[in-house]
Design a protein around this ligand. Structure first.
Ligand SMILES: Cc1cc2nc3c(=O)[nH]c(=O)nc-3n(C[C@H](O)[C@H](O)[C@H](O)COP(=O)(O)OP(=O)(O)OC[C@H]3O[C@@H](n4cnc5c(N)ncnc54)[C@H](O)[C@@H]3O)c2cc1C
Length: 382
């Protein structure tokens, strides 16, 4: 077994980490406080070419292996998880189905500009009555001459209100459940396509998150992203493990920042005449946090390595997402305790890590859904 990163991967980590420290870190608090999309940072950061991270060089991408992608997601989230959300949407969920099924014209119009940061992408599954339960999708796609008519409302859409285009999940027949799902490209400016309510998030702030409304939206035939009708669920499966490992990598990033901050505080803060970091109970927190972060790292990067090797990854990816997120939640909680009352003050970092980390609970499957899946697989011997 070899757990070492390659020289290239190590080099990549250093380069991304330097960029994050220099470009993103100084803006983290402003992004959180204003909860406004950081357009200037977006322009500066996306000009570096990272948005093509996982795509082939023929599209101007970096053709990075999954381990390298996780390094990027982890380092970026170590900076601002809100900004990371927006960036990763363009890298993965918001562009994958255009890459996979988009016509040359769609690639030219939407996919390539998204990789250059000139267009903002998003992905729309969630509706008021269907979050975990995708089969309950109520947004409909009705076949008409030359294309499709879409109707429905999506909610909780990252960058939805500012997106230039969206991959929208819609059903051809709600009675078909998962077998009725398909992906459609809908571009900003299409008649009947608008945004509704904007949500005020507790954490992971920066991206504009809210509703997208489709009222008799006509899209041409080529905007159906998929080769076969009713295969939306299967197509989603192509990136599900990557999305779960990615969320685990984001969890690691947030945990690392919180851990480093807590460590610095514990070394400096004195109580009863000694730094609190000299007390056994505080040291035990660091021992537990470091151990669980290391275990998270092994799961996330094992998942990524398996993806790269083309090995089955579904179980380990679910474990990685769940374990790394739960670890992150534990770490951010412990760091607020180490900070004492200061952990309860807006003036210090821990409250932000605490709020940001909650975001990891939802995307890629809630932990109840992941446990249902893992339990089913394990008990049935798969
Ligand atoms: C910051 C943020 C950004 C987001 N961005 C996007 C986006 O860009 N695009 C998008 O489509 N969505 C997005 N989402 C939505 C996200 O994908 C959903 O929140 C997620 O799918 C869970 O759905 P839900 O919130 O409706 O919870 P529900 O599915 O309603 O679940 C509620 C609770 O019930 C539990 N539960 C549900 N079913 C079961 C079961 N069978 N057994 C046991 N427990 C169960 C869940 O685990 C959860 O605890 C975002 C969410 C957040 C917070």
């Amino acid at each position: 077994m070899n757990f070492a990163l390659t020289e290239e991967q190590e080099f990549f980590r250093t380069a991304v980490a330097d960029t994050v420290d220099r470009m993103i870190m100084p803006q983290v608090e402003t992004i959180d406080e204003t909860d406004e999309f950081p357009w200037e940072l977006w322009k500066e950061f996306t000009s570096l070419g990272y948005l093509g991270l996982r795509y082939p060089e023929e599209f101007g991408g970096m053709d990075a292996d999954p381990v390298t992608c996780m390094i990027f997601y982890e380092e970026l989230s170590r900076g601002s998880v809100g900004f990371a959300q927006a960036v990763i949407m363009n890298i993965l969920m918001g562009t994958y189905f255009l890459y996979r099924f988009g016509s040359p014209a769609i690639k030219e119009r939407c996919f390539l500009p998204a990789l250059r940061g000139e267009k903002i992408a998003t992905m729309c599954f969630t509706e008021d009555q269907s979050g975990s339960d995708l089969a309950a999708t109520a947004t409909t796609a009705r076949k008409v001459d030359g294309g499709w008519i879409l109707n429905g409302t999506k909610n909780w859409i990252t960058n939805g209100p500012i997106a230039d285009f969206a991959t929208v999940v819609a059903t051809t027949d709600p009675a078909l459940g998962m077998k009725g799902l398909n992906f459609f490209l809908v571009e900003k400016g299409t008649a009947g396509f608008s945004h509704g309510q904007i949500l005020h998030k507790v954490g992971a702030r920066g991206p504009v998150t809210g509703e997208l409304v489709l009222e008799d939206v006509f899209v041409p035939e080529e905007n159906l992203l998929g080769e076969e009708l009713g295969k939306g669920g299967a197509y989603l499966g192509e990136i599900l493990d990557e999305v779960r490992c990615m969320t685990g990598a984001m969890a690691l990033g947030i945990a690392r920042t919180a851990f480093a901050d807590g460590l610095e505080y514990a070394r400096k803060r004195e109580a009863f005449g000694k730094p609190i970091g000299t007390y056994q109970l505080i040291r035990a927190k660091f021992a537990d946090m470091a151990t669980e972060m290391e275990a998270s790292r092994l799961l996330v990067y094992q998942g990524a390595w398996r993806l790269g090797e083309g090995l089955p990854t579904r179980k380990v990816a679910a474990m990685a997402k769940m374990f790394a997120t739960e670890t992150c939640l534990k770490v951010v909680d412990e760091v607020t305790r180490i900070y004492g009352a200061n952990g309860f003050a807006q003036e210090y970092g821990p409250q932000r890590y605490f709020r940001d980390a909650r975001f990891l609970l939802y995307g890629g499957g809630t932990h109840e859904i992941l446990k249902n899946f893992l339990g089913r697989e394990i008990v049935s011997g798969r």
